[in-house]
Design a protein around this ligand. Sequence first.
Ligand code: NAP
Length: 336
Amino acid sequence: MPETPTVYVTRQIPAVGLDRLRERYEVVVWDGKLPPATEHIEAQLASLDADGLVCLLSDDIDADVLDASPNLSVVSTFSVGYDHLNLAAAAERDIAVGHTPGVLTETTADLAWALLLTCARRTVEGHAYVDADEWETWGPRLLTGADVHDATLGIVGLGKIGTAVARRGAGFGVDVLYTGPTRKPDREAELAEVGVDATFVGRDELLAESDFVSLHVPLTAETAGFLGEAEFRRMPEDAILINTSRGGVVDTDALDTALARGWIGRAGLDVTDPEPLPGDHPILRHAPERLVVTPHIGSASVGTRDRMAEMTAANVEAGIEGDDLPTSALGDAGTE
Ligand code: NAP
């Protein structure tokens, strides 16, 4: 009788995914709250002769990890982004790589808007004010913020999440500017149908003209440090930056300087560099007045995390069977 394939999982993912894997495979799960060390992942893959690996975006899956088990046929990441995986090395070794696109688009777009509204209307600051027992009376200038309705929203990367964020602008009557490698007439038409006027512009025009700039690009060699000092200086002094893409797309020191010198108004970050952001990081001195940070929770709704777990399991099954993965990360230029 053939041996049951083994799968190593680097964290407790939702039960719906783990249970599905356990129906067919020997499954070993890292039970720690923090990610296992890369050496530990390698050792586990080697000792299990693992056929599959389920990983998270916080794991560094390099060529040594991929070489740890000669049986390894599939790596399935519980994320849409895959900048933590060496895709070229996986392709060279004929190891399939799966990810979870599409399913977290709307949930992440919701979070981008949560940060945008929070920064514009200073809600975190307002809560801290009440919590500190400072609320004595109604004040004509108390916590006045920025209007969101009728604003100009700049989207960097009009992909799936960028488009979902832009679409939500319909209810606020915003005008959308977007930038990226190419114009997207189909996306423009999709947005026009819900009454959002989206105009393709160059990066500098977008930065200069937008009240809100929301980042939705993958982290690549080209997008790393996309926003640095020169870019912040181009933005209006009351502009609000929202980043739900990857921390490395923004130069953190430059953002710190931009907030300190008033080159921009506020920033809302779901992703940071470094990540996790230590509680004593200097940039946090701007919070909550100029900065709001959430701990990479863009896709963190119960329903979406369950769907991601199912997709992750489905990719493992296909990889071990030698079938095409339902959602492969190999052969894509972006994060399809
Ligand atoms: P997507 O559909 O592939 O969209 C990415 C967009 O970025 C595409 O329109 C692409 O344009 C554009 N782009 C690529 N390089 C660019 C550049 N140099 N300058 C400007 N635009 C550029 O990806 P998605 O599903 O929307 O996800 C976007 C990113 O969000 C992911 O890569 C991931 O890192 C991040 N994310 C974060 C969370 C979270 O929890 N905060 C959750 C999900 C995803 P082309 O199509 O022309 O190449």
